[in-house]
Design a protein around this ligand. Structure first.
Ligand code: CUA
Length: 169
């Protein structure tokens, strides 16, 4: 079979690039210990959340630190369950916290993959059933910040949002 000289060069170059990427992947995993960002404790049975730390979703003040909170949030079609008594007109939870609040977020899904994004803050989690997403957010400025599902999760996706209202003390 005749292969043009330039075609042959490019085949060699493309194979070398693929080989280099594959070697980098192996070196990263074996030599540098690069792993996906989850640990065994971050897995959970989405059918049995009532037996876990997500049994009573809510935002719980830290027992030791001032203005620090541990949040346990369950995403399900089509709302975030944050355990709030206050709701908006769609029944979505509204959370009120004082300015400066540091919230350690733990979030999981009871059904399908959802998104978890707090606008104007550095929190962006893909909420996968069977996994626990963790992050920390500090609300430095008073204001209203929406919590949005930004992964399409079915026909109610666009109404799946909650609200953090950060108040001056
Ligand atoms: Cu939940 Cu989109």
């Amino acid at each position: 079979m005749h292969i043009d000289r330039f075609e042959r060069y490019w085949l060699v170059i493309a194979s070398a690039v693929l080989g280099a990427f594959f070697a980098a992947l192996i070196a990263g995993a074996v030599i540098f210990g690069v792993r996906l960002p989850s640990s065994p404790g971050d897995f959970i049975n989405p059918m049995g959340l009532s037996l876990t730390e997500f049994a009573n979703p809510g935002i719980y003040p830290s027992l030791t630190e001032d203005n620090v909170y541990d949040a346990y949030i369950v995403a399900r079609m089509w709302r975030f369950d944050i355990g709030s008594d206050e709701k908006d007109e769609l029944g979505n939870d509204i959370v009120r916290l004082p300015v400066g609040a540091r919230v350690n977020i733990n979030v999981t899904s009871a059904d399908v993959t959802h998104g978890f994004l707090i606008e104007r803050h550095n929190v962006n989690i893909q909420v996968i059933p069977g996994h626990i997403g963790r992050s920390t957010v500090v609300f430095r400025e008073p204001g209203v910040y929406r919590l949005l599902c930004h992964e399409y999760c079915g026909r109610g996706h666009q109404q799946m949002h909650s609200m953090f209202i950060i108040e001056e003390e």
